[in-house]
Write a protein that binds this ligand. Sequence first.
Ligand SMILES: [Zn+2]
Length: 141
Amino acid sequence: MKAQRRSPKEPVISALGGGHWKAARDGRLALQRCDACGQWVHYPSAVCDRCMSTELSWQDTAGRGTVESFSTVYRGFAAEFEQDLPYTVALVRLDEGVNLLTWLVGIEPDGAEIGMRVEVEFERISHEITLHRFHPAETGP
Ligand SMILES: [Zn+2]
């Protein structure tokens, strides 16, 4: 049987990343955290990158952070993203200290700023996949 082509908009759920996607479907931004030393671990891993413990669990973050970097895309490079143009890809540093690659929403194309406070929202794109997005935070830190 021929494998069905998957849209690049739909990330593949890896064996290690299931906890993140399950939480996202419930409207929570969860990342792995080491039960031994408390280190947040992202991307999903079988071991803590600080203490090498294999005792990791999924914990909810506060879903708030600060824009570290961003790039606004005006020209389409894949048909699946044409309808989203222009869109802004950002590296958000969560208050938990983890950098997360995401999209900014709820802003004008030239409205992103480094240091901008943002908070998570979710966009369900299929039965399995709900993506995290970030919009400007309503109030200060
Ligand atoms: Zn650890």
